[in-house]
Design a protein around this ligand. Structure first.
Ligand code: PHE
Length: 453
């Protein structure tokens, strides 16, 4: 089976696909609003630190486990260890893919919905975020609208994944990622050239340390996982299609840099515009769907920027959604011998159905709550705040403590011989962060999510 397993056609194809997985709603929707709520620059500093000392070492481990075993998360752990414990970590990853994609597609659907609303002209007459909020409430409050766009978004995701690793994921990423970057550059230039943009820049770059507390550090750390697609095997699965001739460390560094750069660029594009319009940067999850449409409505040519912005979000969401579906599909293809098409249809279809109650959580099912949360919130919480940190913790422990140092280093050096000759200290530093820093900090985040600290 291994010899005809799919693989990336080129190194850049892998980088773009993996960066596509990393760059998603997390970068453009979530990062700006949590930075906004947590005081801007100081929070961004802590976030960058978390990415550097935890995200990067864990990303290397995930890609490496995938690349070494050339398997999906379950198969990967099964071939490196014969303990059931590690097998179940792989299973939890596949489960997390199931859960995350189900609600991710609902928000992905909204982004396409907003592209359409922009084209229909319904976003151009707002005079305040409150008015934009009313429209948002009525759109997300409509079962037909939320379900319709969830369906469309999901269909696009399945359409790409069915075409395979090279012909679907790689090919589409090679088109979508450059488009995404170009749009972001246009929006950023528009943002910084607005009158009053300085205030937004100061918010992003001049830290007010008094805004940092234990809670904001935990949010930054949790987000570092989500934004790098860590802890559920997406990067492992993408790594499994990577060539042993390329360096895992360099590729991981490039993915981290792209993801971080894009989050920061989105921050600049959004906050310069929000401040220039005198609006509130701490508007929370509604920042993108309520504050920004009001910003665009007040701008000359705003309708074009609004169109580009929501298109950017839709592309970012789509390239992440395909990686989530690929984890589930790779498991059934590798382990259960399914063909790709059948796996996409059956399991994609089941994830789509699981997304239905999430889509209805904003309307018909808004009042059915478990632990005070809607279905959407429960699935999001379970996946993002429990499964991802747990998976990340286990991956760090596995690569740091369980996998023998000789094998781990031999695997890591494949394709990266020069790097380890030139920077001999890298090995020790990486292992230190992986073995000690990451497990301790992730455990704290996890306990905090569960309300235990
Ligand atoms: N990294 C994606 C984002 O920032 C989300 C994601 C998480 C994708 C886990 C795949 C796996 O939106």
């Amino acid at each position: 089976m291994t010899q005809n397993r799919e693989a990336w056609g080129s190194k850049i194809g892998f980088i773009l696909a993996a960066a596509g997985s990393a760059v998603g709603l997390g970068n453009i929707w979530k990062f700006p609003y949590i930075a906004g709520e947590n005081g801007g620059a100081a929070f961004i500093f802590v976030y960058l630190l978390c990415i550097g000392i935890i995200g990067f070492p864990v990303l290397i481990s995930e890609v490496l486990i995938g690349r070494t075993t050339q398997k999906n998360p379950v198969g990967a752990f099964a071939s490196l260890s014969n303990s059931k414990l590690w097998l179940s970590v792989g299973f939890l990853g596949v489960l997390a893919g199931f859960l995350i994609l189900s609600f991710y597609s609902v928000i992905g659907g909204w982004t396409i919905g907003y592209v359409i609303e922009t084209l229909r002209g319904s976003l151009s007459s707002f005079t305040s975020p409150e008015e934009a909020g009313v429209l948002f409430g009525s759109l997300s409050g409509s079962p037909a609208w939320t379900l319709g766009f969830h369906t469309l978004f999901f269909a696009l995701t399945m359409f790409i994944v069915v075409k395979g690793v090279q012909g679907g994921i790689e090919k589409s990423s090679k088109i979508m990622m450059p488009v995404l970057l170009s749009i972001l550059v246009i929006l950023m230039v528009r943002g910084v050239t607005l009158d009053g943009a300085d205030e937004g820049m100061a918010f992003l770059w001049v830290p007010d340390w008094s805004k940092i507390n234990a809670q904001s550090i935990l949010i930054a750390l949790g987000h570092a996982f989500f934004t790098l697609s860590l802890g559920m095997g997406a990067m492992m699965t993408y790594g499994s299609y990577m060539s042993k001739k390329d360096s895992v460390v360099t590729a991981s560094a490039q993915i981290v840099l792209l993801d971080t750069l894009i989050a920061l660029m989105a921050g600049v594009a959004i906050f310069t515009a929000v401040f220039a319009s005198g609006l509130n940067p701490a508007a929370g999850p509604g920042l993108i769907f309520q504050t920004l449409p009001a910003v665009f409505a007040s701008m000359t040519g705003g309708v074009y920027f609004s169109f580009l912005f929501f298109l950017l979000l839709a592309i970012a969401a789509l390239t992440s959604a395909i990686s989530l579906l690929e984890v589930v599909v790779a498991y059934f293809v590798d382990e259960k011998g399914w063909d790709r098409k059948g796996a996409v249809l059956i399991f994609g279809g089941s994830i789509y159905l699981l997304g239905v109650p999430s889509a209805l959580s904003f309307n018909l099912m808004a009042d059915s709550k478990m632990f005070g949360m809607t279905f959407f919130d429960v699935v999001d919480f379970l996946a993002s705040n429990v499964l991802l940190p747990f998976g990340g913790l286990m991956i760090a422990i596995f690569a740091g403590w369980v996998w023998s140092r000789t094998s781990v280093m031999a695997a890591l050096k494949e394709g990266a011989e020069g790097l380890f000759e030139n920077y001999p200290w890298f090995e020790g530093v990486w292992l230190f962060f992986l073995k000690f820093v990451a497990p301790v900090l992730i455990t704290i985040v996890l306990l905090n999510s569960l309300g235990l600290v």
